[in-house]
Write a protein that binds this ligand. Structure first.
Ligand code: FAD
Ligand code: SF4
Length: 470
């Protein structure tokens, strides 16, 4: 009878998984959401209207078969749902946790119009977590080996997406990463309160079981040369991300007590995971007045990491208003709940202090006319300067590509912003100007999302398969 209830979306409201108690949450580096119970997942999945031409699927960058797997979950058929979810997504358990669903699938849900969108992300996470706990693993029994092998530089979402498609088509991927664990920014960037690290270590086991080889603690260009990879492998995929920190270009950025966002986050992860080389590497916000500059996901993660380290206060200053923040709405709300104070329309113009940071000088802004891309630029209001007191400042202005010295030597073209040119629509998808080398993810798109990096890695793998003629 339940399965025929067309009005489930009215009778059962949208309900996100429960969050842990705030006072506990603010101290721990563990995920803040409780997992769905089976009945909750099926009730929520059953709210889906099964739209004939589902907008959610188009808006999802990997074009997941969302209504189809929601139906399977509503029927309690988790293993079939996991099988289907993996047809389009390499890391459904990760995307379910960290995608900005409010701007993607859930934002496009027909019910996101008063009734409350289906909790697509939480169901996707539930599918993969539950299937793994039940012992499900991708079925590789029909894969026919081709004898070909491809070197992948970078074990981030782009590299993993590429490896997933290659191995399922009988090509052996060997993934090189300079880090001691796979995941790229999923491990050394995104904090544990959004994505616990056991999620990636479990994935490593699954991938290894599928036949993907990992060579960790190995930097390409230092520990192994690209020439060697080109000689030994049938093709190379680069998913190396973007690691040049953007600066504010104002005075005082070099004062002691001013940190780059990723240095702060990585030091925290390294301590929690036992990868810390020396205790001096750790950046400790305990008892400090912290000011975080920026408004994206990275800024939100720095805010909430500072809270968990026991900062005295955390203030986030952003030069546009709340509506124009690039970060996920859900995470801004979580940061507010945890005690982060937001100052909108404040542009930093200097970091002040004698021998170390003492404050950030900001000026109030108002939004000007829309620019060519339709984005309204902040304009300073004269005479509105003030100093925000600070013992520590974290700069989270984003990242620019970091082209390697060997790109030029191998004829790999970059654009005027340093992004590798590897078009989706070329002769072979995501091929660079060196025919044997393919690329995808942040190093091609500029800093973006986990799910877009996965998609590009998967698309590039299709390009590589065509190039290899397998
Ligand atoms: P990366 O994840 O950066 O992986 C690149 C890998 O290549 C790294 O492991 C690096 O070590 C390796 N590498 C590079 N050069 C070499 C070399 N020469 N030899 C060997 N290995 C090499 N996105 C979301 O969707 N949701 C979020 O909530 C979110 N939060 C974020 C929070 C932070 C703090 C940051 C920094 C980013 C966040 N993002 C988020 C963005 C997301 O993490 C990235 O868009 C995504 O990880 C890009 O994937 P990628 O595979 O292209 O690169
Ligand atoms: Fe939504 Fe991201 Fe999952 Fe697509 S991958 S359905 S956008 S959570």
């Amino acid at each position: 009878e339940r399965l025929n209830n067309d009005f489930q979306f009215i009778e059962v409201g949208r309900k996100d998984p429960k969050k842990k108690l705030l006072r506990q949450r603010k101290k721990e580096f563990v995920e803040i959401y409780e997992p769905f119970k089976p009945a909750q997942a099926s009730d929520q999945a059953h709210r889906c209207l099964g739209c004939g031409n589902p907008y959610c699927e188009w808006k999802c960058p990997v074009h997941n078969y969302i209504p189809n797997w929601l139906k399977l979950v509503s029927e309690g058929n988790i293993l079939a749902a996991a099988e289907l979810a993996h047809q389009t997504n390499t890391l459904p358990e990760v995307c379910g946790r960290v995608c900005p669903q409010d701007r993607l699938c859930e934002g496009a849900c027909t019910l996101n119009d008063g009734f409350g969108a289906v909790t697509i992300g939480s169901v996707e996470k539930y599918i993969a977590d539950t299937a793994f706990a039940m012992g499900w693993r991708p079925d590789m029994s029909k894969v026919k080996p081709t004898g070909k092998k491809v070197a992948i530089i970078g074990a981030g979402p782009a590299g993993l997406g590429c490896a997933d498609i290659l191995v399922r088509n009988g090509v052996t991927p060997v993934v090189f990463d300079r880090n001691p664990e796979i995941g790229g920014l999923l491990t050394f960037g995104i904090p544990e309160f959004k994505l616990e690290k056991t999620v990636m270590s479990r994935r490593r086991e699954v991938f290894t079981g599928m036949g993907i080889e990992f060579r960790l603690n190995t930097e390409v260009g230092k520990d192994v040369s690209v020439d060697q990879l080109l000689a030994e492998y049938d093709a190379v995929f680069m998913g190396m991300g973007t690691y040049t920190y953007m600066k504010g270009g104002f005075p005082g950025e070099d004062l002691p007590g001013v940190y780059d966002a990723l240095d702060f986050l990585i030091a925290n992860v390294n301590r929690n995971l036992g990868f810390e080389r020396t205790p001096e590497d750790f950046i400790d916000m305990k008892g400090k007045k912290v000011v975080v500059l920026g408004g994206g996901d990275t800024a939100m993660d720095c805010n909430r990491t500072s809270i968990r380290q026991g900062a005295k206060s955390v203030t986030c200053a952003y030069r546009r208003d709340a509506a124009n923040m690039p970060g996920s709405r859900k995470e801004v709300k979580n940061a507010k709940e945890e005690g982060v104070k937001f100052l909108f329309n404040r542009q930093p113009i200097a970091i002040v202090g004698e021998d170390k940071v003492e404050g950030v000088k900001v000026v109030e802004t108002r939004l000007g006319e829309p620019d060519a891309r339709g984005r309204r630029s902040p304009e300073p209001i004269p005479g509105s300067e003030e100093i925000l007191p600070a013992d520590a400042v974290v700069i989270a202005f984003g990242f620019r590509p970091s082209p390697a010295p060997w790109f030029e030597q191998l004829g790999i073209q970059t654009d005027n912003q340093g992004r590798v040119v590897a078009p989706e629509m070329g002769e072979f998808k995501h091929q660079t100007s060196n025919p044997k080398i393919f690329a995808g993810g942040d190093m091609v798109r500029g800093s973006d999302l986990v799910v877009t990096a996965i998609f590009e890695g998967r698309q590039a793998a299709e390009g590589i398969l065509d190039y290899l003629g397998v």
